[in-house]
Design a protein around this ligand. Structure first.
Ligand SMILES: Nc1ncnc2c1ncn2[C@@H]1O[C@H](COP(=O)(O)OP(=O)(O)O)[C@@H](O)[C@H]1O
Ligand SMILES: Cc1ncsc1CCOP(=O)(O)O
Ligand SMILES: [Mg+2]
Length: 274
């Protein structure tokens, strides 16, 4: 698909959501222990079919029957990395999209090296918070607090553009404002709620959602559409909550119910640079 700015609109995101729900893609998740249940529930609620399959003995076979894959390095160990490599190679061989979530990149040398290795293996999309994207891009001043960002998303845009150019991936940075870039075009998405980073693994579940959209759209439009849907659902979910405790359940309810009108009322998309 040719990337034109017409592809980035609430209407385009609503159409992508409808196509994704109609297809109900099988999304393979090799994700962390913290994120497994909420990622599966988010995928089911938004309209995809999740499976958490990581063992080296079956990860490639499962990749062969999946529409897309998310690789999330949140709770790493060597056997998991082996399973991740095999699934990635299978997706690449089959020409199917996979999403990299470089959780905590920069926190330890091992985590940073694994994220860098995977970034070189042609992910369709890389999705992380500001600190993770800056660290993966090798930007100075990078360094989060474990899985949490200490950087604003806007401060990571230049690093994201460089990372996109270097890897060929579309790069999505999330935070108060989300940004998506292919190294040239930058699209900003507004919505969500400040409670979202206070509930663990919502970023991980977003990366899984991005993978679901990547099954039905080219990477840039998939990322923008998924982030817009999630931003709108997050804003709806946070209404009337007393704190972050019930946010995961409310987010699943909002994703399940979301339609074009709710999307338009609770999220916005603008092309910042083209
Ligand atoms: N201050 C904020 N206001 C609105 N939405 C936010 C805010 N911080 C994060 N989000 C949203 O929370 C979701 C997860 O993003 P983020 O917290 O950056 O990821 P991670 O959990 O990987 O650190 C995204 O949809 C993002 O837009
Ligand atoms: C807390 C934590 N520790 C290792 S993985 C993980 C979950 C991180 O989730 P997110 O990046 O979505 O906040
Ligand atoms: Mg994260």
């Amino acid at each position: 698909m040719t990337v034109t700015t017409d592809n980035f609109s609430i209407e385009a995101a609503a159409a992508a959501l409808a196509d994704m729900r109609a297809t109900r893609p099988l999304v393979q998740n090799i994700t962390n222990f913290v994120a497994m249940t909420i990622s599966a529930n988010v995928l089911l609620a938004v309209g995809a079919s999740p499976a958490m399959v990581h063992a080296p003995d079956e990860s490639a076979d499962f990749a062969a029957i999946s529409s897309s894959l998310v690789i999330n390095i949140g709770t790493l160990s060597e056997s998991w990395v082996d399973g991740m490599r095999r699934a990635i190679l299978q997706m690449n061989e089959d020409g199917k999209p996979w999403v990299l979530d470089p959780v905590g990149c920069g926190a330890t040398p091992y985590r940073t090296a694994v994220a860098a290795e995977f970034a070189r293996l042609s992910p369709a999309i890389i999705r992380g918070n500001g600190s993770e994207i800056m660290s993966l891009a090798g930007a100075s001043g990078a360094g989060g607090k474990g899985a949490d960002s200490t950087a604003r998303s806007e401060d990571a845009v230049e690093a994201a553009k460089a990372l996109a150019r270097e890897t060929g991936a579309v790069v999505a940075i999330t935070g108060a404002t989300d940004f998506v870039t292919d190294g040239t075009i930058v699209v900003a998405i507004e919505g969500g709620d400040a409670l979202m980073p206070l509930s663990t693994a919502l970023g991980c579940a977003l990366s899984a959602t991005v993978a679901a959209f990547a099954a039905v759209r080219a990477p840039f439009e998939a990322a923008v559409s998924a982030l817009a849907v999630y931003a709108a659902a997050g804003a709806v979910a946070a209404t009337d909550l007393k704190g972050p405790g019930h946010l995961p359940a409310a987010l699943c309810d909002a994703l399940y119910a979301i339609d074009g009108a709710t999307l338009a009322a609770n999220a916005s998309i603008r092309v910042e640079a083209a």
